[in-house]
Ligand binder design. Structure first.
Ligand code: 3PG
Ligand code: CO
Length: 545
């Protein structure tokens, strides 16, 4: 499905202010607390609405699921709702389809004397993984009569309440103990660490993280602990206020104190994360031959490797996967690519794949080399509360250049600060992040006005607007020391959708039932003055004069 080539009415700049939702406006709302004169003016002068960015509105299994950037950008670009990884895995488990195909090959390896290794994020965040999927695999492995299973756990604290890793480890240990008692299976935790310390890097931002994960999971090279819980407790005792995300790598020892579950020739490894961005690097380490140069693997066991999902459809990573993702096609940028309209997409490393790969319906390549330009701005490699401004100034610089080029008709970008700093759970830093993004927006407003184009500002999900954990009634929770418990995860907030047309047209908000991120694509096409394809959800605005 292509749009018919036509002269666009105006140029559109679309900004995703990552993790900047509409919050409660209280003392933990970094967006409300930040000094944001430009966003405030944009809200006063533009058309403003609030749209849904979580749960079923973005293809997640239920409305209790928080939004996230993968699904957010996917739905923004796709213009309609597709079932996302979390939903597809649930469906495959419910139907039993997950136990066909690659699962059978993994079982065959284990039945031929190998160990089945299950590696992934241990939480119920449902952003990259869900522990329910791990439990289902463990149960099935026991039913299949497998003898030896090893679990390699990545501690979360980023998609769930921080400092709850012990709850998830305990739940897993109980599940394993019950399974051992019931079926005699030799199943235990073998290694682990925090998800921001090992294994789950993305977009090549920090390969040494993946190297540390490989060393722990595969080679058994990390401090040995008697159990995952003992390792967690030791890490917490050694570092005050340690976030689960940063728990150092550990290996669980056997009775002789030797690593109890290294990965060896003839084993099968399943990475049970369903989301691709942070799964691709460790997958490549397991599956690539001598051409792999991102770190020295020391020993590369010959294993059968499968991902929970296909993580990169273009590159075919991995070759083996348990559940196929929904095929997303005819995204807004695909539709625009062949009209002659030129597009510019830009983000810093941490969100670069979001504004390109996820936005484009999980496609890493361009649709049309001649009409599309992608620019990645290298992210800092530090905990982001130490550089809360991140690359907002540099991203704005790049956008100003693109805006100055009249050849670019559709310009899109992601500003990572609200989200990445929001994930640190540090309120003061999140305020600075939002203020830095506001400064960038102000510069872009000025350019948009000068070039008489149309500016759209929204977010992919909430985060910085609520920096505290709350009880069921919305009251902030305190930790044992009486301090507010910083919230590190995303939210279920609505996100703003602001349109400011400096080209002088008269716009009106359309009457759309339950507006959500899926309505953005048609809105972009409408603002460009082109015919909206029938497969998109309706536009949030109408041009009335
Ligand atoms: C992460 O991967 O950093 C978090 O789990 C989700 O963040 P994102 O969806 O904003 O990328
Ligand atoms: Co995030």
């Amino acid at each position: 499905m292509k749009l018919t080539a036509a002269q666009p009415a105006t140029r559109v700049v679309f900004l995703v202010l990552d993790g900047i939702g509409d919050g409660p406006g209280d003392g933990f709302d970094a967006v409300a607390l930040a000094r944001t004169p430009h966003l405030d003016r944009l809200r006063r002068e533009g058309l403003v609405t609030a749209i849904r960015a979580h749960g079923t509105a973005v293809g997640l299994p239920s409305d209790s699921d928080i939004g996230n950037s993968e699904v957010g950008h996917n739905i923004l670009g796709a213009g309609r709702v597709f079932p996302q990884g979390a939903s597809s895995v649930e469906t495959a488990i419910a139907s039993g389809a997950i136990w066909q195909g690659c699962w059978r090959e993994a079982v065959a390896k284990a039945q031929a004397g190998g160990t089945l290794h299950l590696l992934g994020l241990l939480s119920d965040g449902n952003v990259h993984a869900h522990e329910r999927h791990l439990f289902a695999m463990l149960d099935r492995a026991a039913e299949e009569g497998l003898k030896r299973v090893r679990v390699h756990v990545l501690l979360d604290g980023r998609d769930v309440m921080d400092k709850t890793a012990h709850v998830h480890i305990e739940r897993l240990e109980q599940h394993l103990a019950a399974l051992r008692a019931k079926s005699g299976i030799d199943a235990c935790i073998a290694s682990g660490g925090g998800r921001m310390a090992i294994t789950m890097d993305r977009y090549g931002a920090d390969w040494p993280m993946v190297a540390r994960g490989w060393q722990a999971h595969v080679l058994g090279q990390a401090p040995v602990a008697a159990s995952a819980m003992a390792a967690l407790e030791a890490a917490r005792a050694a570092t005050a206020d340690l976030s689960d995300q940063y728990v150092p790598a550990f290996v669980v020892g056997d009775a002789q104190g030797q690593p109890c579950g290294t990965v060896n020739d003839g084993d099968a490894v399943i990475l049970f994360n369903f989301r691709g961005d942070r799964a691709i690097e460790i997958t490549r380490a397991f599956t690539e031959g001598a051409s792999f140069t991102d770190f020295d693997r020391q020993r590369v066991p010959q294993v059968f490797f499968a991902g929970m999902m296909l993580y990169d459809g273009d590159a075919g990573i991995p070759a083996n996967f348990l559940v196929a993702p929904a095929a997303v096609s005819d995204t807004v940028s695909e539709c625009l690519a062949d009209t002659g309209i030129r597009q510019f997409a830009c983000a810093e490393t941490q969100k670069f794949g979001h504004i390109t790969y996820f936005w484009n319906g999980n496609k890493s390549g361009k649709f049309n080399e001649a009409t599309e330009t992608y620019l990645e701005i290298p992210s800092d490699r530090v905990p982001f509360d130490q550089r809360p401004w991140m690359k907002s100034a540099e991203t704005a610089d790049a956008l100003l250049e693109a805006i100055a080029d009249p050849g670019y008709t559709f310009v899109r970008a992601n500003f990572a600060g609200g989200d990445m700093v929001g994930h640190t759970g540090k309120l003061e830093a999140a305020i600075l992040a939002v203020e830095s993004v506001d400064l960038a927006v102000g510069r872009l407003m000025q350019a948009a006005e000068a070039h008489k184009l149309c500016l759209v500002v929204t977010a992919d999900h909430g985060n910085a607007e609520d920096m505290v954990e709350r009880d069921g009634k919305g009251q902030p929770l305190n930790d044992a020391a009486g301090q507010p418990m910083g919230r590190t995860s995303h939210t279920r907030s609505l996100v703003p959708f602001i349109v400011r047309d400096y080209s002088g047209r008269q716009l009106r908000l359309a009457d759309v039932a339950k507006p959500g991120l899926a309505n953005a694509a048609a809105t972009i096409v409408t603002l460009l003055g082109l015919q909206v394809p029938a497969h998109f959800e309706p536009s949030l605005v109408n041009v009335v004069g």
